[in-house]
Design a protein around this ligand. Structure first.
Ligand SMILES: C[S@@+](CC[C@H](N)C(=O)[O-])C[C@H]1O[C@@H](n2cnc3c(N)ncnc32)[C@H](O)[C@@H]1O
Length: 394
């Protein structure tokens, strides 16, 4: 009986699928009892390629995503429906059907009349570096179990993506200019994420760069042991523990001494200074640092040199000036240590007010003496000592 029921619903799904003009997507996921599915999850949707309708299949092997386009008649939907998936979702512009196949092999069917939009752009994935249904995004909690981006994590997702968008070309040019040795399987590129927290960026850098064919070895450092344990467990689940690891250490005291690339996304307050000091001491060829809150210099801005009180008499302006002073001094210190340094906006302010990134490449160029004087003048004018300078003079 349940076989007939199953065949009935499979035929219905096939015929709904045939109405491509109203098809939004089909998702197959989960595994029926005692059955092995070819992929963990498969997403199908119609796309327009050179004005002709195709069906795009995206599937994951639990670690990476693959995309294939089929002529509608060649789409292997009938065999995939019967391949052992426990959950089938078919969405159309006018409603959806979802089927859950129980342990006994019975289909539980749920229908809605919720309207959905059909999006036919085939290169939608190109404008995204990270597909929300990528298993690592589900594992770290950016996406839910169905592979949809969690609204509460949308800003973090954008931050991570934009960070990657800047990391990739910066890496390529640092490698081609010889500031970072060209990575090989024997000597992969080493990346450290300082103050990695839940490691959204750490995993993203690992997965994305590996997906681009770059051999990388990634380390995440965070003072919290709970973060280390959680992140190492996720790495294990994803089967990537051989090339990504997490340590619970203070940045300033980490046992790690070298990495080609140092990244830090919103390491709290002076943890950003610890991260920069670490990169300088380790001689990292590339450092991408997006600072977080800035309290160190603000707390030292007690004697305001005139005529600057005009800008500091309002708290919000004093705070912003303190932020700028902090980052400008950090950059100047890096410059004095042989880095070519720029400040860039890495993401729109609507996703985070902490949207400045310090991009630094170690060229080894000696800064001229005027740069040293400029730095000295600035700190003596404001009677401040940046945390970064204190760390480097230890
Ligand atoms: C605001 S969170 C950012 C986490 C992550 N980079 C992200 O963007 O999602 C800052 C992280 O820095 C870590 N942290 C702060 N000070 C640290 C230090 N001195 N050494 C290591 N980790 C530190 C915190 O435990 C926290 O996980």
């Amino acid at each position: 009986m349940s076989n007939d029921q199953l065949e009935g619903i499979f035929s219905e799904i096939e015929s709904l699928f045939g109405a491509h003009q109203s098809l939004v997507r089909v998702v197959l996921s989960g595994r029926r009892r005692n059955m092995q599915t070819p992929h963990e999850r498969i997403d199908m949707r119609p796309v327009l390629i050179k004005n002709s309708m195709q069906i795009q299949l995206t599937y994951s092997d639990g670690r990476a995503m693959t995309t294939k386009n089929y002529a509608p008649a060649d789409t292997p939907l009938p065999s995939l429906l019967r391949a052992g998936y426990a959950n089938i979702l078919l969405e159309q512009t006018c409603g959806s059907v979802s089927v859950r196949i129980t342990k006994k092999g019975e289909p539980l069917i749920h229908r809605t009349s919720e309207k959905k939009e059909q999006v036919l752009e085939h290169d939608r994935t190109k404008s995204r570096l990270l597909e929300p249904s990528d298993p690592f995004l589900i594992a770290v909690g950016i996406s839910d179990k169905e592979g949809n981006l969690k609204p509460s994590k949308a800003d973090k997702y954008r931050q991570v993506e934009e960070f990657l968008r800047l990391l990739t070309p910066a890496l390529a040019s640092a490698i081609s200019a010889g500031h970072i040795p060209a990575p090989s399987q024997e000597k992969p590129l080493t990346i450290v994420d300082l103050g990695c927290g839940h490691a959204y960026l750490t995993f993203a850098a690992h997965q994305y760069l590996r997906g681009q064919g770059l051999p990388v070895s990634v380390i995440g450092i965070d003072v919290r042991t709970a973060s280390r344990d959680r992140n190492n467990e996720i790495a294990k689940q994803l089967g990537i523990s051989g090339s990504i690891e997490f340590r619970a250490e203070e940045i300033a005291d980490t046992s790690l001494t070298k990495a080609d690339v140092a990244i830090a996304l919103h390491a709290c307050d002076t943890a950003t200074d610890d991260a920069i000091a670490w990169a300088i001491n380790a001689g990292s060829g590339l450092a991408l640092i997006a600072p977080c809150c800035h309290h160190d210099i603000q707390a030292q801005m007690n004697e305001i040199p005139e005529p600057w009180s005009m800008m500091t008499r309002n708290g919000i302006m004093k705070e912003r000036l303190g932020d700028l002073l902090t980052d400008a001094l950090r950059m100047q210190i890096m410059k004095l240590h042989g880095y070519r340094v720029e400040a860039i906006e890495f993401i729109g302010g609507e996703h985070t007010p902490r949207n400045l990134m310090i991009r630094a490449v170690k060229t080894g160029a000696t800064a001229d003496s005027a740069e040293q004087q400029r730095y000295e003048q600035m700190i003596s004018l404001w009677k401040i000592k940046p945390a970064l300078a204190a760390l480097l003079s230890r």
